[in-house]
Design a protein around this ligand. Structure first.
Ligand SMILES: C[S@@+](CC[C@H](N)C(=O)[O-])C[C@H]1O[C@@H](n2cnc3c(N)ncnc32)[C@H](O)[C@@H]1O
Length: 573
């Protein structure tokens, strides 16, 4: 039996995660209900009702619009997988309406075929509202996932295996709406920027006459790192329609949602921005970026090289040893490769053998054991130890042969941080070290060896850093994440631009390196300005606009980090 309120205490965190249950703050619920419910006779479904917060607000709204208690009780419908959530909703609604409330079904929403499955009208409901469960694809498995995939494909949407539960939920929720109906949901910000949500974005555009996305500069779920957006879709069946994007500071700015929506950046039915991020498309800095690309000053990384993940050992704690541990097990030097396993091991513009010696002297794990064909007796003992400790049975190990030889180990020309706080860091690999998948491995075959140092210095310019902010994904906590495919799209200075400014860039190498090593944001900003001045000022390019576009995307990320940190503090207090 599940505890009564499944989301209220930290001890219930795990259960909360597995049900995707983060309950909605009233500051978001009330404006959504007011926007979605416009008449006293409208039927409303919350397909993942939790403790019934949306339907309680809807009951109030219907009463204000003139519906009597009997009518209200018949217009509202709820579903939740969790019997306790359903019970709480039933009690809460009964006490709000003043009549027994029975329209609550304990079921997985995916098990219910649309429409008119329940007690509602057979042609579907007027409004679907709520906050769907957010279960990441790694945990979203088994029958429930297959059912969800089937529901999405019934509606003509093909979602990849990377899609989290909320995406299937949105597609299925739309199928319960009658023509002209409205959808009002709180969703993870992944809706607006991830590749896996692209088919969903297209489906929504095709299905509704009007869509609005409201995003937030500050975290709105205190203590929860997930960024959220509001999806407001009206006119089911009358798409493709207009798309409006708008960003506000916090939920408190939504008191007059109608007014807020008037200020949206609007796209006509035929216009389909790649991502649904406000200010992403029409900022003058972004236009300059495209201009630089078309003039050949910038090229996508994929034109000059390639980003890959580093090695996947399956057990870094076994395969990557500290110097003392390697000596203890008498592993031969010939089978130990210097390796990086942490982003912070990237020092500055380049990593040299002196940097590696420093890492070793701190006793950090930095030696990848990569045995050759002939094993020494010490290595055989170490293999036995790995088997005794169960490493050989780990998934990544047992699917390769032999289990103890890590595949795909290559020294790239450079490393790029995969998760970045201030800026992504590109670092030239002068020490020919290898890295685990905590860093991206960058091949730079299209950049001549003599240009690589000035090239890495030139990477720290506003255009490239703006392009990182655009292609990467901003996650809760303010982190910018770059997957290899995204990194391949970063716009980097073309070799001809770097060659033209080679001497001046070499003169800046020490300044940029020191700024990166010092880890001080102010110094880094000054270094970026200096690189901009070299690369762009001569060509009379409006680099100020790119710098301001980058700073605004960067601040957008950071303000979320700050507000979610405050949320954590407040919760702990
Ligand atoms: C994010 S909470 C939202 C609850 C509530 N609507 C709110 O906004 O506060 C998600 C809810 O979805 C429920 N849930 C998880 N998987 C579900 C499924 N397959 N079908 C229906 N409900 C589900 C969880 O029990 C949880 O109550």
């Amino acid at each position: 039996m599940l505890p009564p309120i499944v989301t209220s205490t930290p001890e219930q965190w795990h259960q909360r995660k597995s049900l995707g249950a983060f309950y909605s703050p009233q500051t978001l619920v009330d404006p959504l209900v007011a926007w979605a419910v416009t008449g006293a006779d409208q039927s409303v479904l919350d397909p993942s009702c939790g403790d019934g917060v949306f339907l309680e607000a809807t009951a109030r709204r219907l009463r204000d619009l003139g519906a009597d208690p009997e009518r209200t009780a018949s217009l509202l419908h709820a579903v939740d997988l969790n019997p306790d959530a359903a019970r709480i909703t039933r009690d809460r609604l009964a006490s709000r309406i003043g009549l027994p409330f029975e329209n609550v079904r304990v079921a997985s929403f995916f098990s219910l075929p649309p429409p008119g499955f329940l007690f509602g009208p057979p042609e579907g409901v007027d409004v679907v509202i709520g906050n769907p469960p957010y279960i990441r694809y790694q945990e979203f498995a088994g029958g429930s996932r297959l059912e969800a995939l089937e529901r999405a494909s019934d509606a003509g949407v093909r979602l990849t295996r990377l899609a989290s539960s909320w995406a299937h939920f949105v597609v299925h929720a739309g199928a319960f709406l009658r023509p002209k109906g409205r959808l009002a949901l709180i969703l993870p910000a992944e809706l607006i920027h991830t590749t896996y949500a692209a088919p969903l974005r297209e489906h929504l555009r095709c299905s509704f006459e009007e869509i609005h996305i409201v995003s937030f500069r500050q975290a709105v779920f205190p203590g929860v790192q997930e960024e959220v957006v509001l999806l407001l879709a009206a006119g089911k069946g009358k798409g493709p329609g207009r798309l409006g994007l708008i960003e506000v500071e916090t939920g408190a700015d939504l008191a007059d949602l109608g007014d807020v929506l008037m200020g949206a950046e609007v796209f006509a039915p035929g216009e389909a921005p790649q991502k649904w991020i406000p200010g992403y498309t029409d900022h003058p800095g972004v236009i300059t970026l495209e201009h630089l690309r078309s003039r050949g000053f910038l090229s996508p990384l994929a034109d000059l090289g390639k980003a890959n993940i580093g090695f996947v050992s399956g057990a870094n704690e076994y395969f990557v040893l500290g110097p003392e541990e390697a000596a203890h097990w008498c592993l031969p030097e010939s089978s130990l490769r210097p390796a990086l396993i942490r982003a912070r091991q990237i020092p500055g513009l380049q990593i040299t053998s002196a940097d590696i010696a420093l890492v070793k002297s701190r006793g950090e794990r930095c030696l990848l054991w990569l045995p050759g064909e002939r094993l020494t007796s010490a290595e055989q003992t170490y293999i036995q130890r790995g088997e005794d400790l169960g490493y050989a049975r780990r998934y990544k190990c047992r699917v390769r042969s032999p289990w103890f030889r890590v595949p795909g180990v290559m020294a790239p020309e450079a490393f790029l941080t995969y998760m970045s706080d201030v800026v992504p860091r590109l670092c030239l690999n002068r020490a020919r070290v290898v890295s685990s998948n905590t860093l991206l491995n960058i091949r730079l075959s299209g950049v001549p060896a003599a240009l690589r140092r000035p090239f890495v210095t030139a990477f720290y310019n506003s255009a490239t850093l703006l392009s990182c902010e655009r292609v990467g994904r901003s996650y809760g906590g303010g982190v910018l994440k770059l997957e290899p495919r995204e990194a391949d799209r970063i716009l980097i200075p073309s070799p001809s631009l770097v060659a033209r400014h080679k001497e001046s860039l070499m003169g800046l190498t020490a300044k940029v390196d020191a700024a990166l090593r010092g880890g001080r944001e102010g110094c880094l900003e000054a270094a970026v300005e200096a690189v901009d001045a070299i690369l762009f000022a001569g060509g009379r390019i409006a680099h100020g606009e790119m710098a301001s576009a980058r700073v605004s995307l960067h601040e957008r990320r950071q303000s979320r980090a700050a507000s979610s940190r405050n949320g954590h503090k407040n919760r702990g207090a």
